[in-house]
Ligand binder design. Structure first.
Ligand code: THU
Length: 135
Protein backbone atom coordinates (compact mmCIF):
# COMPACT_ATOMS: atom_id res chain seq x y z
CA UNK A 1 0.00 0.00 0.00
CA UNK A 2 1.34 3.42 -0.86
CA UNK A 3 0.57 6.47 1.19
CA UNK A 4 -1.91 8.82 -0.50
CA UNK A 5 -1.25 12.56 -0.36
CA UNK A 6 -4.32 13.01 1.85
CA UNK A 7 -3.24 10.34 4.32
CA UNK A 8 0.29 11.75 4.36
CA UNK A 9 -1.06 15.20 5.14
CA UNK A 10 -3.33 13.83 7.86
CA UNK A 11 -0.39 12.00 9.43
CA UNK A 12 1.82 15.09 9.32
CA UNK A 13 -0.88 17.26 10.90
CA UNK A 14 -1.48 14.69 13.64
CA UNK A 15 2.24 14.65 14.50
CA UNK A 16 2.39 18.44 14.55
CA UNK A 17 -0.67 18.73 16.78
CA UNK A 18 0.39 16.14 19.32
CA UNK A 19 3.86 17.72 19.60
CA UNK A 20 2.30 20.34 21.90
CA UNK A 21 1.67 17.58 24.45
CA UNK A 22 5.35 16.62 24.69
CA UNK A 23 6.74 16.65 28.21
CA UNK A 24 10.20 18.06 27.61
CA UNK A 25 11.07 20.41 30.50
CA UNK A 26 14.79 19.51 30.38
CA UNK A 27 15.68 19.65 26.72
CA UNK A 28 12.82 21.93 25.67
CA UNK A 29 12.88 19.92 22.42
CA UNK A 30 9.34 18.80 21.75
CA UNK A 31 8.70 15.83 19.50
CA UNK A 32 5.35 14.56 18.22
CA UNK A 33 4.92 11.30 16.33
CA UNK A 34 1.98 9.88 14.41
CA UNK A 35 2.20 6.24 13.38
CA UNK A 36 -0.08 4.89 10.66
CA UNK A 37 -0.94 1.20 10.82
CA UNK A 38 -1.58 -0.91 7.75
CA UNK A 39 -5.17 -1.17 9.02
CA UNK A 40 -5.46 2.61 8.60
CA UNK A 41 -5.39 3.70 12.24
CA UNK A 42 -3.18 6.47 13.59
CA UNK A 43 -1.44 6.19 16.96
CA UNK A 44 0.18 9.18 18.59
CA UNK A 45 3.23 9.63 20.77
CA UNK A 46 5.30 12.37 22.33
CA UNK A 47 8.64 12.44 24.09
CA UNK A 48 8.25 12.14 27.84
CA UNK A 49 11.30 13.26 29.76
CA UNK A 50 12.29 12.43 33.31
CA UNK A 51 14.43 14.04 36.01
CA UNK A 52 16.49 10.85 35.71
CA UNK A 53 17.43 11.87 32.16
CA UNK A 54 18.08 8.44 30.59
CA UNK A 55 14.59 7.31 31.56
CA UNK A 56 13.19 9.60 28.88
CA UNK A 57 11.14 7.93 26.16
CA UNK A 58 11.12 9.28 22.62
CA UNK A 59 7.97 10.20 20.70
CA UNK A 60 8.45 7.49 18.07
CA UNK A 61 8.72 4.74 20.65
CA UNK A 62 5.74 6.15 22.58
CA UNK A 63 3.64 5.90 19.42
CA UNK A 64 4.84 2.37 18.66
CA UNK A 65 4.15 1.19 22.22
CA UNK A 66 0.67 2.68 22.04
CA UNK A 67 -0.05 0.93 18.73
CA UNK A 68 1.27 -2.43 19.89
CA UNK A 69 -0.73 -2.09 23.11
CA UNK A 70 -3.84 -1.78 20.94
CA UNK A 71 -2.93 -4.99 19.12
CA UNK A 72 -1.40 -3.36 16.04
CA UNK A 73 1.95 -4.60 14.72
CA UNK A 74 1.95 -3.71 11.05
CA UNK A 75 2.96 -0.17 10.26
CA UNK A 76 2.84 1.83 7.07
CA UNK A 77 4.40 5.16 7.98
CA UNK A 78 5.42 7.44 10.81
CA UNK A 79 5.47 11.23 10.79
CA UNK A 80 7.78 12.92 13.26
CA UNK A 81 7.30 16.62 14.01
CA UNK A 82 9.92 18.80 15.66
CA UNK A 83 10.83 22.46 15.39
CA UNK A 84 13.59 21.72 12.89
CA UNK A 85 12.71 18.42 11.20
CA UNK A 86 15.07 16.44 13.44
CA UNK A 87 15.72 12.81 12.61
CA UNK A 88 14.85 9.74 14.75
CA UNK A 89 17.57 8.58 17.13
CA UNK A 90 19.29 5.23 16.72
CA UNK A 91 17.18 3.58 19.42
CA UNK A 92 13.97 4.61 17.69
CA UNK A 93 15.25 3.39 14.33
CA UNK A 94 16.08 0.02 15.86
CA UNK A 95 12.79 -0.12 17.77
CA UNK A 96 10.73 0.53 14.63
CA UNK A 97 12.80 -1.88 12.54
CA UNK A 98 11.34 -4.72 14.59
CA UNK A 99 8.04 -4.03 12.83
CA UNK A 100 9.33 -3.56 9.31
CA UNK A 101 12.15 -2.03 7.35
CA UNK A 102 9.80 -0.49 4.81
CA UNK A 103 8.00 1.83 7.22
CA UNK A 104 8.00 5.30 5.65
CA UNK A 105 9.50 8.01 7.84
CA UNK A 106 8.33 11.59 7.27
CA UNK A 107 10.20 14.35 9.07
CA UNK A 108 8.49 17.71 9.38
CA UNK A 109 9.48 21.02 10.88
CA UNK A 110 7.43 23.62 12.74
CA UNK A 111 6.15 25.08 9.48
CA UNK A 112 4.81 21.69 8.41
CA UNK A 113 7.46 21.47 5.70
CA UNK A 114 8.51 17.94 4.81
CA UNK A 115 12.26 17.99 5.53
CA UNK A 116 12.99 14.39 4.66
CA UNK A 117 11.14 11.29 3.50
CA UNK A 118 12.85 7.94 3.81
CA UNK A 119 12.36 4.43 5.18
CA UNK A 120 13.67 2.61 8.22
CA UNK A 121 15.69 0.47 5.80
CA UNK A 122 17.49 3.60 4.58
CA UNK A 123 17.87 5.07 8.05
CA UNK A 124 19.23 1.93 9.65
CA UNK A 125 21.28 -0.26 7.33
CA UNK A 126 22.15 -3.54 9.02
CA UNK A 127 19.36 -3.36 11.59
CA UNK A 128 19.42 -6.22 14.06
CA UNK A 129 16.40 -8.27 13.03
CA UNK A 130 14.38 -11.04 14.69
CA UNK A 131 16.04 -13.60 12.39
CA UNK A 132 19.42 -12.62 13.79
CA UNK A 133 18.44 -14.43 16.98
CA UNK A 134 18.20 -17.74 15.10
CA UNK A 135 21.15 -20.12 14.90
N1 THU B 1 13.76 12.62 21.02
C1 THU B 1 12.67 12.00 20.49
O1 THU B 1 11.55 12.08 21.01
N2 THU B 1 12.86 11.27 19.36
C2 THU B 1 14.05 11.09 18.75
O2 THU B 1 14.18 10.26 17.88
C3 THU B 1 15.18 11.94 19.13
C4 THU B 1 15.09 12.55 20.48
C5 THU B 1 13.57 13.39 22.25
C6 THU B 1 14.24 12.80 23.45
C7 THU B 1 14.43 14.03 24.33
O3 THU B 1 13.25 14.22 25.08
C8 THU B 1 14.57 15.16 23.34
O4 THU B 1 14.10 14.68 22.10
C9 THU B 1 16.00 15.66 23.17
O5 THU B 1 16.86 14.63 22.93
Amino acid sequence: MTLTDDKQQELIQAAQQVKAKAYAPYSNYQVGAALLTKSGKIFLGVNVENAAYPDTICAERSAAVSAVSAGEREFEAIAVATRNGGTPCGSCRQFLSEFGLDIEVLLVDEHGDLIQQSTIRELLPGAFQPHDLLD
